[in-house]
Design a protein around this ligand. Structure first.
Ligand SMILES: Cc1cc2nc3c(=O)[nH]c(=O)nc-3n(C[C@H](O)[C@H](O)[C@H](O)COP(=O)(O)OP(=O)(O)OC[C@H]3O[C@@H](n4cnc5c(N)ncnc54)[C@H](O)[C@@H]3O)c2cc1C
Ligand SMILES: NC(=O)c1ccc[n+]([C@@H]2O[C@H](COP(=O)([O-])OP(=O)(O)OC[C@H]3O[C@@H](n4cnc5c(N)ncnc54)[C@H](O)[C@@H]3O)[C@@H](O)[C@H]2O)c1
Length: 475
């Protein structure tokens, strides 16, 4: 770093969200922080993940999109520019210069551990007091015969397409497949989505059904339970064959079947850092690995792959590494799939445990949804027997925004009674969450004991107003 032989306080390997947030946190605390990035700072989120995919989805809804049946071709170059502009606007925040302004040092290169407190960067040895592994993950290419030869794109390379694919076959059914499949269909590609499971397998099935019907309305042929058997050369592209004998022509194949952690060549054995059976770096709830001086955060850990989680976990890891102590990470994890409609969920999405139940408000009954003509959504909360909100799912426009309130309720272990007491502005999509809480509060008042108490209170009140009238104090 500065030519001295002093070990750095925190060595951060990887400059995606986890690495950047970890390094920023440590540098702000005055720790001697060194971040090593082998490609470009910003990582998956900025270059190939959240930012380009959300910009593409937005372009597919807006003026760059081809109106269905209008016959006007999409200006794909304009769409690409819009994606590039979004990245360019955010990139300075994630740049090496921004991090160095906080006092960290950024080195381009590939790092690998050579011991429990030693690493090598481009052949140069370095000692560290603490280290943070933030090397992320990469898309999986399943071993389907003929697939590799067909030169499929993944979430890393789809952004290099210079022309809108005429026929796009998407293999997968998770958030990447659904978001990108819908965006390309709206831009004018003929999209077939082949998913082994039902689409969005981690989500409430009613939510997945709404996304499936919207995908179909956008022209996506959604085939669930599809087992891709092989890929062969087609006329001008490839042919994807499923094991039930069907075949699908593709100009481009997009593979979106999940991601694997990037740990190859990291020298984890030399550092005494253990991985789990799936290859993720094992961490405890303070984000510490099996080496007490090494921490990990982001997609390289077994936690779900989300930018917000990568950032929060890296910040906790860096605080623990630099200040000592064992702050633990929060267990309330919100998630949003940015399809239209958005699917936003947190905590439990189905009842669990005795007396646990759900309350659902269909957006067909939400005044905001009615005025926006966007009624095909719902807000569903899961409640325990004491009325505590354990989680839920919101489906609809801006469901991701509405989810913040539900996340707060779950995080704060709020009851439906507490939420009922909070005045919500009218008309908003969050009305539905409020009304779900109110419906549960009323239902609880119908139970024998509260009903009896209410009856007594009403009776007492009636009697006291009668005697007030008798005494001449009537209002
Ligand atoms: C299409 C798509 C859309 C997504 N949309 C969303 C979304 O809307 N919301 C959301 O929350 N999440 C989203 N995600 C997930 C999100 O992008 C990831 O969870 C997040 O970016 C992970 O950050 P990370 O820092 O762990 O890893 P990365 O961003 O992958 O960063 C790891 C970095 O480490 C570097 N590196 C690796 N090995 C070494 C080494 N040995 N030496 C030096 N450097 C190294 C890599 O070059 C890389 O820059 C999306 C993902 C995809 C694919
Ligand atoms: N909005 C967001 O927050 C967002 C957006 C995109 C990605 N991500 C994250 O990125 C990660 C990767 O996303 P993803 O969608 O690639 O993976 P995923 O693991 O979420 O989903 C994979 C899907 O592919 C299907 N599948 C697996 N093997 C298959 C095969 N051989 N043939 C057909 N289908 C197959 C599965 O049934 C599943 O539906 C996710 O964990 C997600 O958290 C988040």
């Amino acid at each position: 770093m500065d030519g001295s032989d002093e070990p750095v306080d925190l060595l951060v390997i990887g400059g995606g969200t986890a690495g950047l947030v970890g390094a920023r946190t440590a540098a702000r605390l005055g720790a001697r922080t060194l971040l090593v990035e082998r490609a470009r700072t910003g990582g998956d989120c900025l270059w190939t993940g959240c930012v380009p995919s959300k910009a593409l989805l937005s372009a597919a809804e807006g003026p760059d999109a081809r109106p269905p049946g209008a016959g006007t071709p999409t200006d794909f170059a304009a769409v690409r520019r819009r994606v590039a502009d979004a990245i360019a606007a955010i990139e300075p925040e994630d740049s090496p210069e921004a991090l160095e302004a906080l006092g960290a040092t950024v080195i381009p290169g590939t790092a690998r551990f050579t011991g429990p407190r030693k690493a090598e960067i481009n052949g140069t040895r370095i000692r560290f007091r603490q280290a943070l592994i933030a090397t992320g993950g990469a898309p999986i290419l399943p071993p389907i015969p003929g697939l590799e030869a067909a030169r499929p794109v993944t979430s890393e390379t789809v952004w290099d397409l210079e022309e809108l694919p005429g026929r796009l076959v998407v293999i997968g059914g998770g958030p990447v497949a659904c978001e990108l499949g819908q965006a390309f269909a709206r831009l004018g590609s003929a999209v077939t989505l082949l998913s082994r499971s039902g689409i969005l397998p981690r989500e409430d099935r009613d939510a997945a059904a709404l996304v499936r019907s919207r995908l179909a309305a956008d022209g996506v042929e959604v085939i669930e339970g599809a087992a891709v058997a092989r890929v062969g050369a087609g006329g001008s592209g490839s042919t994807v064959h499923t094991s039930d004998g069907r075949s699908f022509e593709a100009d481009v194949i997009l593979v979106a079947v999940g991601r694997a952690p990037r740990t190859a060549g990291l020298g984890l054995d030399s550092a005494g850092v253990e991985c789990d059976d799936a290859g993720y770096v094992r961490v405890d709830t303070s984000m510490r690995t099996s080496n007490p001086a090494v921490w990990a955060a982001g997609d390289v850990t077994p936690y779900p792959d989300f930018t917000h989680l990568a950032g929060v976990h890296a910040s906790t890891a860096a605080l623990n590494a630099v200040l000592g102590g064992r702050r633990t990470v929060d267990t309330t994890i919100p998630r949003v799939t940015f399809t239209s409609p958005e699917v936003a969920a947190v905590g439990l999405t189905t009842p669990s445990g005795r007396g646990s139940t759900t309350r659902t408000i269909e957006h067909a009954g939400s005044d905001r949804a009615i005025t926006q003509q966007e009624t095909s959504g719902f807000t569903r909360i899961v409640i325990d027997r004491r009325g505590r909100i354990l989680g839920g799912t919101i489906v609809g426009p801006r469901a991701g925004e509405s989810l913040a309130e539900l996340t707060l309720a779950v995080h704060q272990k709020m009851t439906t009674r507490t939420l009922t007491a909070v005045t919500h502005p009218y008309p908003t999509y969050n009305d539905a969450l409020w009304n779900a809480a109110i419906a549960e509060t009323y239902a609880r008042l119908e139970r024998p004991l509260p009903r009896a108490v209410v009856k007594i209170l009403v009776g007492l009140n009636r009697r006291s107003s009668r005697s007030a009238r008798r005494d001449g104090h009537a209002d």
